[in-house]
Design a protein around this ligand. Structure first.
Ligand code: ASP
Length: 493
C-alpha cells in the first residue's frame, strides 16, 4: 500500500512537471536536459528532525534534477531577531535565546546524522557558525546598536545552520547533496532588511555555480549578498522569492512551494467552513488573491517565475495526497463564475470630503502624495463621479498616521474650506471577489450585492477595476462571517 502510494505520488509529480516541461524551454529551444525542479520548504516543513526527514523523502521520491530551498527551522528567525534586540539593550537574556538556537540546532543534527566523519565535520561547521553568531551578539551588546545590516547578518544564521544540517542528513541517507550558501549566488543592492535583487549578475552567478554542483543543491532561502559583500536578506518570508529566483535562473520546469496548507483556498477556512482548495489559478488571480490576504504566497514572489513562464505549485508537506494549487499563465477552464474570495481584517476607511474638490485638478494627487510621503499603503480607492469625496482603505494601524499626514499636508485646503472633513472609520473588513471568469459577465455584481443585501450586510465602499477581475467592497468587521459565507454560498457553494 505504502509502495503504491509512493509510486502514485512519484507518477503525479513527474507527470505534472512533464506537462509543464512541454519539451520546450520558454525561449522555444528544445529542452533535452531532463526535467528540472525547484522545491522550497518553509519553516513549518523543517521544524524538527522528523520533518526534515520527511522533506528529504519528498525530495528523493523522484529522479529529476533538483534544487531545494530551505527556510530556517520554525521559530528560529524570530529567536535570532529577539536575541539581537535583547543584546542591543544590554539584556543578558540574549544569551539564553542564543543558547536555545544552539541547542535546537545541535540536537537536530545529533538526531539526523550518526555516521563519522560526517557528524564531526558537520558539527565543526555548525559550531563555527554558532560561535560567530555569539560573537556578533556580544559585539551588538558592547556597542548597544544593531543596525539593519547587522540584523541581516544575524538572521542569516537560521537558513545557514538549517541547510548545513539538512544537506549532511541527505548525504547520510545516501543521496548526494551539496550545501549552497545563497550569498554566493544572489546579489542585491544595500537596502538592508529587504534587498532589491540585481537580476543580471544573480542569474550569471547561479548559472556558473550550478555547473559545478554535485547532486541536489540545498540552498539557503531568504539571504543574499550586497555588491560590497555584506549579508542582506530579501525581507521576511523571503525564501519563496529565493525559490522563484533560482527557478527562473535555471529555467526550471516547475517551482514547488511546500507549506502547511493544501493550496490556495476559495476563502479563509477559519471563517468559511466550506472553503475548498483551488486546483488551478492564473497568475493574475494568484496575485490578486495573495495580495488580498490569502497568505500562502506573496505576489512579488511570483515575478521571476512569471517572466520565465514557469508554473508554481503550492503543496502541503503534511498531506502528500493533496495535489495542491497550480499557478500558471494559461486559461483555466472553470465552471464557477468567480475563483475565490479574499479578505483583510482590521482595515480603516479614510474619507476626504469637500465641495472644493469638485472639478479641481490635482486634489487626488495631493491626497495620495501626502499618504505616500507618510509611508501609508493604500489598499483600495473609490471616488464617485460627483468628486465630492475620495475614499481610501488602509490597514487600521496606519489610519492614525494617515489622518495626521492629511491634516498637515492639506491644512491650507482645510482652512480655505475646500476640504470640509477627513473622516476615519475603523474596525472594517475588506472583501475582494476575484476571478478570470468575471470579465464580461452580465449580472455578476447584481448577484454579489443581492446575496449581501439578503443577509442585511451593509456595504460602505465599492471598487471595481476595469479588468473586471476583481470587485472589492468594505463592510463592518462584525458582518464578516455573514458576508463571506453568503458570497461563498452564492458563487462557490
Ligand atoms: N526565515 C525567514 C523568515 O522567517 C525567511 C523564510 O522563512 O522565508 O522570515
Amino acid at each position: 500500500m505504502a509502495l503504491l502510494w509512493r509510486f502514485s505520488l512519484l507518477y503525479a509529480n513527474t507527470w505534472l512537471c512533464y506537462i509543464y516541461a512541454n519539451i520546450e524551454t520558454p525561449t522555444g529551444e528544445s529542452n533535452n536536459r531532463g526535467i528540472m525542479k525547484v522545491l522550497k520548504f518553509g519553516g513549518s516543513s523543517v521544524a524538527d528532525s522528523e520533518k526534515i526527514k520527511k522533506v528529504v523523502d519528498i525530495v528523493t521520491l523522484s529522479t529529476e534534477n533538483k534544487f531545494v530551498i530551505l527556510s530556517a527551522m520554525k521559530g528560529i528567525t524570530n529567536a535570532l531577531i529577539a536575541s539581537a534586540k535583547k543584546a542591543e539593550v544590554g539584556d543578558a537574556v540574549y544569551k539564553e535565546l542564543a543558547g536555545e538556537v544552539r541547542e535546537r540546532t545541535l540536537a537536530t543534527l545529533g538526531e539526523l546524522v550518526k555516521s563519522e566523519p560526517l557528524l564531526a565535520e558537520t558539527q565543526r561547521s555548525v559550531e563555527a557558525m554558532l560561535n560567530e553568531y555569539h560573537d556578533i551578539l556580544h559585539g551588538v551588546e558592547l556597542i548597544r546598536e544593531c543596525s539593519l545590516r547587522s540584523m541581516d547578518l544575524i538572521m542569516s544564521f537560521g537558513e545557514r545552520l538549517n541547510c548545513t544540517v539538512a544537506a549532511a542528513y541527505m548525504n547520510e541517507a545516501g543521496h548526494k547533496a551539496e550545501f549552497i550558501d545563497a550569498r554566493e549566488i544572489i546579489r542585491t543592492d544595500s537596502s538592508f532588511g529587504k534587498g532589491s535583487v540585481e537580476f543580471d549578475i544573480t542569474y550569471e552567478l547561479i548559472e556558473k555555480r550550478v555547473k559545478s554542483m554535485e547532486g541536489v543543491g540545498i540552498i539557503t532561502g531568504f539571504i543574499a549578498n550586497s555588491d560590497e559583500g555584506y549579508t542582506t536578506t530579501l525581507g521576511r518570508n523571503g525564501s519563496d522569492y529565493t525559490a522563484s529566483i533560482i527557478a527562473a535562473a535555471v529555467d526550471a520546469d516547475c517551482c514547488e512551494i511546500w507549506t502547511d496548507v493544501d493550496g490556495v483556498l476559495t476563502a479563509d477556512p477559519r471563517v468559511v467552513s466550506t472553503a475548498k482548495v483551488i486546483d488551478r489559478l492564473s497568475i493574475e488571480e494568484a496575485m490578486e488573491l495573495s495580495y488580498f490576504g490569502a497568505e500562502v504566497i506573496h505576489p512579488s514572489t511570483l515575478i521571476p517565475t512569471v517572466e520565465k513562464d514557469i508554473p508554481v505549485i503550492i503543496r502541503n508537506t503534511m498531506n502528500l495526497d493533496a495535489p495542491g494549487t497550480v499557478i500558471a499563465d494559461e486559461k483555466t477552464n472553470r465552471d464557477t463564475s468567480i475563483t475565490g474570495i479574499a479578505s483583510i481584517d482590521n482595515v480603516a476607511l479614510i474619507n476626504v470630503i469637500g465641495n472644493g474638490m469638485v472639478g479641481m485638478p490635482g486634489a487626488a494627487s495631493r491626497i495620495f502624495c501626502s499618504l505616500a510621503d507618510g509611508d501609508i499603503n493604500i489598499i483600495m480607492i473609490s471616488q464617485a463621479s460627483s468628486e465630492h469625496s475620495i475614499c481610501m482603505v488602509c490597514r487600521q494601524e496606519e489610519a492614525g498616521r494617515a489622518r495626521a499626514c492629511l491634516e498637515k499636508d492639506l491644512a491650507d485646503a482645510i482652512a480655505a474650506k475646500s476640504i470640509q472633513k477627513i473622516e476615519v472609520r475603523e474596525d472594517l473588513e475588506l472583501i475582494a471577489v476575484i476571478g478570470e471568469n468575471m470579465k464580461g459577465q452580465v449580472g455578476l455584481s447584481g448577484r454579489l450585492f443581492s446575496s449581501l443585501g439578503k443577509k442585511d450586510v451593509n456595504i460602505l465602499a465599492i471598487a471595481q477595476g476595469s479588468t473586471e477581475k476583481n470587485i472589492s467592497l468594505v463592510i463592518e468587521k462584525a458582518q464578516r462571517e455573514t458576508a463571506l459565507n453568503a458570497i461563498h454560498e452564492t458563487f462557490l457553494g
